[in-house]
Design a binder for this molecule. Structure first.
Ligand code: SR1
Ligand code: MG
Length: 404
């Protein structure tokens, strides 16, 4: 297969990207303009433009018509650039401080021009270094409560909600998740990627029919439950942080899906970080302190989310059934249980699937790395199967502590 034909689209270079931003008149034109392609993700080009004389800088992100991580044999729709900038603008209606500001977008060129967040660190890198971010839980909980509630049927007129569902139809990127998160890691598929030592563990998963039956339910929820506009890929590489600020970036996987999906990804990546600190932080006291902090982020994120979502439900709910006692609790409980299941799938796919996490892959001691990945597979499987027996955040944290 080759990349799809595109009209008016050209892949930008460090030379041509300058033309794109000229009409914005963002830079003063004094002195040199430095341009560097800095994209290290799986899918896109990212250009960093700085003008030392004025101290101004910005980011130009361009989608490629194929998955960069694999090559032109994996074509991908350029519409994800429109989806990403629309999702950022939608989130900015409710939480402008928690997303990068979009300065300009061009759907034909699949380009989004954004504020430069170079003063922030990618959360995954910060977690590997053992840093703590005191505002992280509050900010992620707020982001989830505000974006999920305001894009739901609980708040929007049904026509407005359906118009949003339509504009966030995202088949190519959803297919990546359907395959890489929910299907391939649970079968002997060519996209899987793991060392030989883990083959018996992977084969145990592939032969576990009870597990597969549960994953089938989670995949069906992902395929069919158009509840809210989710970020769609909220792992710790999609969050920029400082001590005071948190920005959710990269919502190119945004679509209408089940409300627990983003929580699940975020919690899974914190759990993988906690697991990896068995290695990254060798001194036992410091290790358990750091792992406790990671668990407190899970706990506080959920509480911030549930509190704010409940307030919004009570004060701004327009759907008739939001007034019926018990309906809020039912929705939160379903979201919670789904989140644990989605977390289990994310933990497994980041361990034996196509796209791994540096938290585990950067462990130099191969024996330790294999052992921790083995634990990750057991943990993910147990979370998926036991999600209905983990009714609250404390039982979930207890399960994580037992599993890492
Ligand atoms: C081919 S894309 C692999 C992964 O990278 C993205 O960040 C998503 O997590 C996707 O599943
Ligand atoms: Mg991404």
């Amino acid at each position: 297969m080759s990349a799809p034909a595109t009209t008016g689209y050209q892949t930008l270079t460090e030379e041509t990207v300058v033309k794109i931003i000229e009409p914005l008149r963002f830079f003063t034109g004094e002195g040199e303009l430095r341009v560097k392609e800095i994209g290290d993700g799986n899918l896109n080009l990212v250009f960093h433009l700085t003008e030392p004389a004025s101290g101004k800088s910005l980011i130009v992100k361009q989608a490629l018509p194929y998955a960069k991580v694999v090559g032109e044999s994996w074509p991908l729709s350029l519409d994800r650039a429109r989806i990403e900038s629309e999702a950022l603008k939608k989130a900015a209606e409710f939480v402008p401080d928690l997303v990068p500001k979009v300065l300009y977008s061009n759907a034909e060129l699949a380009v989004t021009v954004m504020e430069d967040l170079s003063d922030h660190t990618i959360l995954r890198k910060g977690l590997i270094a053992g840093n703590q971010y005191p505002k992280l839980a509050e900010h992620v909980g707020t982001f989830l409560a505000q974006t999920l509630f305001h894009t739901s049927d609980f708040y929007l007129h049904p026509f407005a909600k359906k118009a949003l569902v339509q504009s966030f139809i995202n088949p190519d990127l959803c297919k990546i998740t359907e395959d890489l998160v929910f299907t391939d890691p649970f079968f002997d598929h060519e996209t899987n990627d793991f060392p030989d030592e883990l083959r018996p563990d992977a084969e145990a998963l592939w032969g576990d029919q009870e597990l597969k039956r549960e994953v089938a339910q989670l995949k069906l929820a992902f395929l069919t439950r158009a509840e809210v506009l989710v970020h769609g890929d909220l792992h710790s590489g999609s969050i920029f942080v400082t001590g005071e600020s948190t920005k959710m970036i990269d919502p190119e996987f945004a679509y209408y899906g089940p409300a627990g999906f983003d929580h699940g990804h975020f919690f899974a990546n914190l759990a993988l970080s906690a697991l990896s600190h068995n290695y990254h932080t060798k001194e036992p006291g410091a290790r358990s302190d750091y792992q406790e902090w990671l668990f407190s982020v899970i706990r506080d994120t959920w509480h911030h989310f549930a509190e704010q979502f409940s307030e919004l439900w009570k004060n701004k709910g327009t759907e008739t059934y939001t007034k019926v006692p018990g309906t809020l609790n039912d929705f939160l409980q379903q979201t919670w249980t789904d989140a644990i299941g989605f977390a289990g799938c994310e933990i497994i796919r980041r361990t034996i699937g196509l796209a791994h996490v540096a938290d585990l892959d950067s462990i130099e001691d191969q024996g330790v790395q294999i052992e921790l990945k083995r634990r990750a597979l057991r943990l993910g499987s147990s979370l998926i199967k036991r999600r209905n027996q983990l009714p609250d955040v404390e039982s979930f944290i207890a399960a994580l502590k037992g599993g890492i």
